[in-house]
Design a protein around this ligand. Sequence first.
Ligand code: TRP
Length: 342
Amino acid sequence: MSERKRVFSGIQPTGEAHLGNYLGVFRRWAQMVDDYECFYCIVDLHATTREYERPDLVRRVFDLTVSLIASGIDPERCTLFVQSHVPQHTELTWLFNVVTPVGDLQRMTQYKEKSAAVDSVNAGLLNYPVLQAADILLYLADFVPVGEDQRQHLELSRDVARKWNARFGELFPEPETLTGSGSRVIGLDGVAKMSKSMDNTLPIVAEPDEMWKLVRTAVTDPARVRKNDPGNPHVCNVFALHEFFTDDGRREDIEIRCQTAEIGCVDCKRLLNDNIVEQLAPVREKAAELTANPGTVLEILDAGADRARAEAERTMSVVCERMGVGREALHSSLRELAGASP
Ligand code: TRP
């Protein structure tokens, strides 16, 4: 038996993977396999709660798998799988629904925001956090590495675990948020967190000229209007991105030359672009290789789902037995009854 603590995390297949994902999430996931037994899940069922087109969804699941592996998440050292390939996620969601107060779901900040933004609110949007609790608790996970925006959902997962345990007997650990998370990356607008919905992202996998078209649009120090105005690197998002892609010595050089107006914003962006393109070259190559061999990607996901399913079945057999549902629960009760009769 492994002594390592368990980690579960999920990511929605919505849109092309970007540098915010890479720096904030993927690199961290890749490292965590050293210290934890990790389950990483592409949560396609969560993604169905918003409007989507079928071809986009399947394509995004595939592309996200490719991006995760290309970014260094080694499927041999963790369990990487797609949520809908393990039907126990939805099964446990139903069973958790009956211990979850509707009021708690209606109070979720994300629910309030998302439901305010659509004309008709589907029940999936309300029950979204119950599915998330099922994701985590199915694997009896100890830790969940997520950002601040998921704090409330994690709290709900702990409430669900506590309520279920109180009613049906101790089983689920209360999962803790693993903070000290990856880096928070600001988008091209220089204001909001890099996010597909804000349309301010840099993709992970882009050809150099495509990357440049985007990098050159990045907002810099707003006070620096003309090239010979001195710049303030500490309020400049392009400089902030250099933090990730440019070594200390060269970055200090850029810092000074920006402050003394020896280097203009376009040059500074050029340097950034070159470094991004160079550092992500291995990711780009690996992604191209996987995309050209979709069979390999499918095999990886099949193997991941098999491993996840084995764990999920173990948990579900206890859950069903304790809740008195499923064939086994009926059989074992009938055997007891037969044994008790004279
Ligand atoms: N709700 C999470 C998000 O939008 C995704 C998610 C689904 C998740 N299930 C999870 C994250 C389980 C951590 C654990 O980012």
